[in-house]
Design a protein. Sequence first.
Length: 732
Amino acid sequence: MAENLQIYLLGEFRLYRDGTLITHKDWHTRQARQLFKLLLTERGRIVSMRKLTELLWSDYADSAYKTLRSAVSALRSVLEPDRDPQIPSRFVPRGHAGYTLIFPKDSSVWIDVAEFERLLDRALAVPDYSQERRKLLEAALQLYTGDYLAQDEEVSWTRAERVRLRERYFTGVVLLAEWQYEARRYRDAIELCRRALEFDLCREPLYRLMMQCQAQLGDSIGALQTFEQCRQLLDEHLGADPSPQTLDLHTALLRGEFQPRSPHPSHRVPAYRLPARVEPPFVGRKTELDQFMQQLAEVQTRPAQHTHTIALVGEAGIGKSFLVRLFLNRAVCEHVQVMTASCQAIEQHVSFAPLVAMISVWLLEASEEQLQALPLQALSPIAPLIPELVRRLPGIMSLPPIAPEQAYSTLIAGLVDLFAALSRLHPLVLAWDDLQWADESTLLVINRLACLEQAAILQVIAYRPEDLSENRPLDSMLYYLRRNQHVQTLQLLPFSPEEVEEYLALQSVALPLSPERLYQTTQGNALFLVETVRTLLEQKSNALQEQHARHANFMLHSQQIRDVVLARVERLPPRALELLKIAAVIAHPFTLDLLRPQLSPDDYTALDILLVRRFLVEVNPEQGYRDYEVLLAFSHEMVGQIIYATCTSLQLAQLHKQVAANIIRRYAPNTEMHAAELAFHYRRSGPSAEAQILHYEVEAGDYARHTFSYRQALVHYDMALQLLPRLQFHQS
């Protein structure tokens, strides 16, 4: 008889046979149910018995094949309960190579995943803002009640399919939300985005769309709350900051510059992207930008011996990403193909992660001309890595089974061929940001592209040299490219005092910090400069500005700066972090004996790490230090202040007491010059040090009276007098 099956794989797994739910009791064994799920995931392909046992019962190697035979028998009984055991199964036939799941032509089988993809494909094939597309998208998204086999989240063989389908789901969400935005159905778009975020809390474009919809409804406060939720979740789950587009929208809302608009339904304006803006004036990077444009002109006008590759190098916050974005905006205006990828620390050990992201984004907007220019044969090894390719190019043939080493080499060659083919249509710019987090496989592709001959490709690779020690493959690749003169290095330097003054001149309001003070505070770091000015502009009153300018560093109020610094700190070894906290408590240039009286070999190794990663720098000895002594300081004072702020009260009390003891050990018996500093450290170490505080406050007063003036001495004497009654009370 013909079976009628309904199979639900999205969310909770369910199987209906002739309208009746197959319960746990009907399955007889869990092994049969898991085997069915695996064969459905691999439907259309024969899965070897060895692979089945490894994926399903790797912990029971001795009895795995026996368990497999039992599960196959139980599965056949579930799918064909009336089948004679002597008749071959029509759904799970015997095979010498393994097992597969097939659906006979006389059976009726409905699978929610297949229907979801069918509806989504139809929606993508109709005009953007038609009612037909809306209905198809709504029907498709309604089927997505949860991730693929959500109850098997920890099972390895479900992950690739789960990720693929989730990406397709979010493609549909964005398309439907865009339709709702253009139709002015802002509340519907907000609700759709909120439902979608339950599946992935870190989908930043959806937060941005919600912010725009809330702003269109006049709910600016709600839009700002949505931004804060986005920022916190990105930091908590990914250790990342919101993108420049989201930050720009946030700034526009804060300043009241967001203009509600009445979108015209006949014009496609993606709601998850900010409208194009006039390029703002910029400071300090004109020379580097000109060099980028010169390289681009050479790529456009004549083929080179090899791909042009520019390495953009600079410390965290120096402005590499901003400069790359500025260049890419100009490249787009030159009708050049642009493809970008930002490497993430959490993906450093995930092969090809930035490449997959780069190509997947490109595929969403690729024209038919671009697709037809791709070499189908070369794309065969890439298809398993990027399933969307098969949907856009059904003619791609699957490769026959080959050895893993050969498959890897073929995959690398296929990726290089893809970019080479695109460059033959139009000059191609590939931009790789934060390359210090790139995986080894991605670096191998970048290296091959850099050596590609007669290709109209310009590669821009940006990385932080202080983190280069954490990625040896990148270090080796750069050495190879420099030795063969395949890369040009651009070193981004901090802003000069004149450039800081020029930047301030662009601001339309007066700031409480002078250009000189701002340069000293930020040391010319572009991120520190921009964030300090932004924080100043966001203060509610000039009086509050002046108070903070006198008593605090404005950069401490910038969450973005704190996140950048703490993300780097978290990657330090425990010993290096321990020494860095002591340095933050010292808070000025210091000799090694102020860290510890005796440094161990492990301490010296930790200090080397801090110097290589540019947390600390070596400075010239000042007056009062011996010429042969090593004097260290923070590369940026703000780093020390942020680290200090992350310490607990108990940690600070212990560290201040430890630093005070080291100062006494270094300068005893002549501690008068450092008495004020000692009194400060003992004051921060807690009430148990009141006797030491009193002693060093008096000593500091005596030193100030003899060296400076009575006015300065009275400050310390007054501190001592305030403490004396309390100390006498405790002693009595």
